[in-house]
Design a protein around this ligand. Structure first.
Ligand code: HEM
Length: 192
């Protein structure tokens, strides 16, 4: 029989099914783990991410175009995000996309996403990648709300890049991934 507090706690865990407490020592920081945020993707969702990623990263030119387009959409819908990139100041979306620094950033971000895609079956590595990404971005004052904004444009990005391949299932799989990243950032933000 559950006491009221147990029932409440179970309810929280049900609504935040991506969050689990493991209580082990963290292999990254050595402290007792308070909260591991598991990426609760289903097998078909992982498959949808892996196969759509192949199209999104078909070759170097595609990577640079897609990485730049993702940020161009972010800048269009949330213009203040441009403020994090002073070196793009005054550049049109087109010159940002063709500039060396724009293409370099596009590749860095896509390499970052690619590392997650390659590690979907390795939760420990996923946690390590998420922690590194959080630290990198939180140090730059880029928090979970910015990742939420990226989530909001990601569906349109997939429509443009995949056309008919951006099915509802593909979009939902990517959204589950980005939602996990956003939760991870929010948890790290709270610790600061
Ligand atoms: C899936 C989401 C994202 C991934 C995988 C990602 C990945 C990366 C990577 C790998 C780097 C290079 C890290 C380094 O050199 O220190 C980077 C840098 C950066 N990211 Fe992100 N990022 C993401 C989302 C965002 C968002 C939402 C913003 C802002 C709204 C952002 C802004 C920046 C900035 C300003 C830099 C520094 C660029 C530079 O110094 O050249 N990122 N990101």
């Amino acid at each position: 029989m559950f006491r009221n507090t147990d029932r409440r706690r179970r309810k929280v865990y049900q609504s935040w099914s991506a969050i689990e407490s493991c209580g082990k020592l963290c292999s990254l920081c050595g402290n007792t783990c308070q909260r591991i945020i598991k990426m609760g993707l289903t097998g078909p969702q992982k498959g949808a991410i892996v196969s759509s990623w192949k199209t999104l990263t078909a070759d170097m030119k595609t990577i640079q175009e897609n990485g730049s387009q993702l940020f161009a959409l972010l800048f269009q819908q949330f213009p203040d995000t441009r403020g994090y990139f002073p070196w793009f100041s005054g550049m049109s979306d087109e010159s940002m996309k063709s500039s060396g620094v724009g293409r370099a950033h596009a590749m860095a971000v896509f390499n970052g996403i690619g590392a997650f895609v390659s590690s979907l079956e390795d939760q420990e590595c996923l946690d390590g990648l998420a922690l590194k990404l959080c630290r990198n971005h939180l140090d730059r004052k880029i928090g979970s709300s910015r990742f939420q904004q990226m989530r909001q444009v990601y569906g349109s990005f997939l429509d443009g890049a995949l056309g008919g391949g951006a099915t509802a299932d593909v979009k939902a799989a990517w959204d589950a991934f980005l939602s996990w990243l956003q939760d991870f950032l929010a948890a790290e933000e709270k610790k600061r």
